[in-house]
Design a protein around this ligand. Structure first.
Ligand SMILES: Cc1cc2nc3c(=O)[nH]c(=O)nc-3n(C[C@H](O)[C@H](O)[C@H](O)COP(=O)(O)OP(=O)(O)OC[C@H]3O[C@@H](n4cnc5c(N)ncnc54)[C@H](O)[C@@H]3O)c2cc1C
Length: 476
């Protein structure tokens, strides 16, 4: 097909993967239709952390951490308004079998890789100077920081450490503590940015509340059937992108494509700490996943709001929450109790008890946090992990034949690698010119202004029943 004849692309599912690829391909001039069964874009499982170095994951390889670093820098440059510019503190609790020292060689490698990326393109200097990528804090330095006034707007790593030094129980952790330039990624601001950008693109039709119920191949084209409340529609496309998140297997099953994947249901809890009047970095307390001492994650938002993860089966993880595809279906079957939580609601008793456990889990290390209150339903959902390794954290896209792509990201940061692979495939099919490969700067995204992003992000919090502070950034 010549590049003059516009290819018609169907994107099924508008999470971060589907919304980004729809915008990306529309910017390249293709004729895109984005189907989403929900009422708004990027409303799936939560995203709060930009994994710029994968330092939350001791179990993955150094290579995977380097990939996360590169992809995160790419994403930060693409969606700068969705990033919360605050570092992350990594602490190893006394009872944990690991040590901070085990992390040093990886941190040095990541710092060197970051410096190389800056040398390749100075615009990659988005995590500060490479020499400040991480810093170590021994007990004496932390005790000295306790005497400093807490800054309203921290200007350097030492200032970010002040609230940590004053509030965490230094008897409970091994030294040194590590601070690293892994920032936050705000799902409400990202949903807002990509929605506003897509509204500006006439060549991308966004069909909300349209569930794709069938896809069939018909003489080198795809027939996609979708349903909304009133009608059933059927349209023909040249290329289909399956970005249905944890439901991707359902589309594979429609077409008879086998695929191995896991699906995992998880939740993070939303709390308010009234007494907190300061800006925090994110803080991670390591622990073995799935045990009562599983990793605790303390993610700050403005005005004393904190998102909490506890990698135990009573908090973020769930008994039977991880399921696998089978020989007969590419769709892992989550139990009804999880599907009901996703499609309907949580029961209030569960919200209260799990959120209280999350507060208690963090209060082991930050004692004053025990006064925090539960303020809303959790942020939750199911995520897919392609392949056979349930610990996999970097994945992008796989193809079935020439004209069917599956977006299989595990972390948000992989979406641009995914976009590059799909672009490459569309180039080989002759749908777009090869000069467009790897493009990153797009006019439409640059035209979306901060005020509109902020205002729509806050309205999304209201419609989704979360506090509006979750759409705000700590440091503006
Ligand atoms: C508790 C938790 C915390 C997490 N924290 C982070 C984090 O800090 N950082 C990070 O990078 N990642 C995080 N993740 C992972 C991240 O949320 C997911 O990897 C990411 O959201 C996947 O995006 P996606 O676009 O592939 O899928 P989704 O966001 O699930 O989007 C898929 C979309 O497809 C739609 N859809 C499905 N089937 C159909 C159909 N038939 N027709 C039409 N529409 C359909 C769905 O409604 C949905 O909107 C977390 C996940 C969980 C569960």
């Amino acid at each position: 097909m010549s590049s003059e004849k516009k290819a018609k692309i169907a994107v099924v599912g508008a999470g971060i993967a589907g919304s980004t690829i729809a915008l990306y391909l529309a910017e390249l001039g293709l004729d895109v239709t984005l189907f989403e069964q929900g009422k708004s874009l990027v409303s799936g499982p939560p995203i709060c952390h930009l994994h710029a170095g994968g330092n939350l994951y001791r179990e993955i390889s150094d290579e995977a951490c380097v990939t996360l670093l590169k992809e995160s820098i790419d994403l930060l440059r693409f969606y700068p308004n969705s990033v919360d510019y605050r570092p992350t503190v990594v602490a190893v609790p006394l009872e944990d079998s690991g040590t901070p020292q085990e992390l040093f060689s990886r941190l040095h490698r990541l710092r060197d890789e970051y410096q190389t990326l800056i040398e390749q393109d100075p615009k990659n200097r988005v995590l500060g100077e490479s020499s400040d990528y991480f810093k170590l804090y021994d007990r004496t330095t932390l005790e000295a920081l306790q005497k400093e006034p807490t800054p309203i707007k921290p200007q350097n790593l030492d200032e970010w450490m002040i609230p940590v030094s004053k509030n965490i129980d230094l008897q409970r952790v091994k030294f040194p503590l590590i601070i690293v330039q892994e920032y936050g990624l705000n799902i409400f601001r990202l949903a807002s940015t990509v929605s506003l950008a897509l509204q500006k693109r006439e060549n991308c039709k966004v069909l909300l509340e349209h569930k794709v119920v069938n896809i069939q191949e018909e003489s080198k084209k795809w027939r996609v059937e979708s349903k909304n409340r009133l009608t059933t529609n059927s349209q023909e496309f040249d290329f289909v992108i399956n970005s249905a998140g944890f439901r991707s297997g359902k589309l594979d099953d429609m077409l008879g494509y086998p695929r191995e994947r896991f699906v995992e249901f998880k939740a993070a809890y939303v709390s308010k700490w009234e007494e907190c009047d300061t800006v925090w970095p994110e803080v991670i307390f390591f622990g073995e996943r799935g045990t009562p001492q599983g990793m605790a994650q303390f993610t700050p938002y403005p005005n004393g709001y904190f998102q909490l993860h506890g990698m135990t089966k009573d908090i973020t993880l769930f008994e039977d929450g991880l399921v696998k595809s089978s020989k007969t279906s590419a769709q892992p079957q989550l139990k009804t109790k999880f599907i009901e939580k996703i499609d309907k609601a949580w029961n209030p008793t569960d919200i209260k008890s799990r959120s209280q456990l999350a507060i208690g889990h963090l209060a082991q290390y930050i004692p004053a946090f025990k006064s925090a209150k539960v303020v809303s339903k959790p942020l939750y959902g199911a995520q897919q992990i392609p392949g056979r390794d349930e610990d996999r954290r970097t994945a992008d896209v796989s193809f079935e034949g020439e004209r069917y792509a599956r977006c299989e990201i595990v972390k948000a940061s992989s979406v641009l690698t995914m976009a590059d692979s799909i672009t490459q495939q569309l180039i080989s099919l002759g749908y777009i010119d090869k000069s467009l490969y790897g493009k990153r700067e797009f006019k439409t995204l640059a035209e979306v202004d901060e005020e509109s992003i902020s205002s729509y992000a806050q309205s999304l919090c209201i419609t989704r029943n979360y506090p509006v502070s979750l759409a705000k950034r700590n440091i503006v």
